[in-house]
Design a protein around this ligand. Structure first.
Ligand code: UN1
Length: 492
């Protein structure tokens, strides 16, 4: 196997059946930094149906051998991949920042998260995988086994280009599945790096296959392939809806992680300075491009005016620029299309609230080299408006004033999403009432709506997911199926 090199003009192939190879067509696409479009991050295989065919065939061929491999041996490979990645954390973090645009601190931090995920699932592979039951017949040995699904398709987004692939791939592999991995076209280099780490750690050929390219050229034939037993997808609700229909036809097991319209409720008794810090971070880090980002600050009317003024100042003072520079707090949007869409959505939302700061594409002072958008705040947002209801997936926050917790909860819950939510208060009873009442899969008290530790379940309620959860013990639920075994002694 040949490792792909790190020069800017390097062409990175697919990884199929243990080999790096160009797309069958020989076509490539280029990947440029969203912070500086003159920075060519690399060229990647522009794959199509025949590449997908080969990858799924390799995964299907490897499935039985990998299923029969001891979980301890699988764990050892994940551990080794974690160490390889940890040794390259700073370098890969920098590449992540170059291709995705989040700040270097976030890029390096996310790479560290991928390491932690690989380590966690190496441990999880060694945990009990079934249960022993009593039987009506006292001589019967009655137990369950959790077995892999077979070939799984992992379709991952650009916003966490190494952590989300790791958090799907690590459990898929740990529990004995073989994988065809289709990363977002905007961030293929992180996908190459993660795949390299696992390949270099000794994963047998065919167990993990990487196919880069577009959604219709690669994703579509992949999810339609009848050999694919499971699909795990993180991305938009529109694609999620298509996948639901498709999986209903093909019978593939489906896991969806979709959008959010995450509220941070700030009550009058909260430590307001602490709340400000967390609301701004939740809304603006990674340029607001997280499904867990805070997009609604639902603030008690008694403190709303002051809180909104402070938010305006803090958001207006954020340093937007080169994500590789240490002083930068906010990098670019991921692409020109993303930046244009965010600005268009903000312009369309002007009747939904009062635009207080931001809203524009930034082009002066070197910002013209990339896809920069000013961090944006709206005051007095109508909770029923488009801005109050729909995910913008950018650095855009809206303040909704309310009277107390009951109204805050009613407003918070009156959206189709239910991914994450925060409450800021000093009152324990109020915090517990919030935890009971909020419709969200991930609930924070006195911390921001984003963030996810690898050893606990992650996922949303309502339109934010397909009810299954990722990470932690929950990952085993999705990536395995149950076999129930009755063993009776032979007669006589
Ligand atoms: C985080 O908040 O750190 O795509 C993780 C997303 C989520 C992951 C968020 N699936 O933004």
């Amino acid at each position: 196997m040949t490792a792909t090199a790190q020069t800017e003009t390097e062409i990175h192939g697919n990884y199929i059946n243990g080999e790096w190879a160009p797309a069958a067509s020989g076509e490539t696409f280029e990947n440029r930094s969203p912070a500086d479009t003159s920075d060519l991050v690399g060229r990647f295989a522009a794959s199509a149906k025949e590449d997908v065919e080969r990858a799924v065939a390799a995964a299907a061929e490897a499935a039985e051998g990998w299923r029969q491999t001891s979980p301890i041996a699988r764990a050892n490979i994940l551990h080794k991949a974690a160490e390889i990645l940890a040794g390259r954390q700073a370098e890969i973090g920098r590449e992540l920042t170059r291709e995705e645009g989040k700040t270097l601190k976030e890029g390096i931090g996310e790479t560290g998260r991928a390491v932690q995920i690989l380590r966690y699932f190496a441990g999880e592979a060694q945990q009990p995988s079934g249960e022993h039951y009593p039987s009506m017949n006292p001589l019967t040995l009655l137990y369950t086994l959790r077995e892999p699904l077979g070939v799984v398709a992992l379709i991952t987004p650009w916003n966490f280009p190494i952590a989300i692939p790791a958090w799907k791939m690590a459990p898929a592999l740990a529990f004995g599945n073989t994988v065809v991995f289709k990363p977002a076209s905007l961030t293929p280099l992180c996908a190459v790096r993660l795949t390299q780490a696992l390949a270099d750690a000794g994963l047998p050929p065919g167990v993990l296959n990487l196919v880069t390219g577009g959604a219709s050229a690669v994703g579509d034939p992949l999810v339609r392939d009848p050999r694919v037993a499971g699909i795990s997808f993180t991305g938009s609700n529109a694609v999620g809806a298509e996948l639901r229909k498709l999986a209903a036809e093909t019978g593939a097991k489906l896991q969806l992680e979709l959008g959010g319209k995450n509220p941070a409720i700030v009550l009058a008794d909260a430590d307001l300075d602490h709340a400000l810090t967390h609301v701004v971070a939740g809304a603006m880090m990674s340029t607001g491009q997280k499904c867990t980002a805070t997009s609604r600050a639902i603030v008690d009317r008694r403190v709303a005016a002051q809180f909104t003024r402070d938010l305006t100042d803090r958001i207006g003072a954020l340093k937007v620029g080169d994500p590789l520079a240490t002083e930068t707090q906010i990098g670019p949007a991921v692409s020109a299309e993303a930046a244009d869409r965010i600005v268009a959505d903000v312009a369309a939302a002007k009747g939904d609230g009062a635009l207080l700061v931001g809203g524009d594409r930034l082009r002066a002072n070197g910002h013209g080299r990339g896809h920069f958008v000013a961090p944006t705040l709206f005051g007095d947002v109508d909770p029923e408006s488009t801005l109050g209801q729909e995910e913008l997936f950018g650095p855009v926050l809206g303040v909704i004033p309310v009277d107390g917790l009951d109204e805050a909860l009613a407003v918070a819950n009156r959206v189709r999403f239910g991914l994450s939510a925060s409450l800021f208060t000093r009152d324990l009873g109020t915090a517990l009432a919030f935890v009971r009442g909020i419709q969200a899969g991930i609930v924070h008290v006195n911390s921001e709506t984003a963030g996810a530790e690898p050893h606990v379940p992650f996922g949303g309620m309502k339109g934010s997911s397909s009810y299954s959860r990722e990470q932690g013990k929950a990952a085993r639920e999705f990536f395995t199926q149950t076999k129930t075994v009755y063993v009776d002694p032979p007669p006589g």
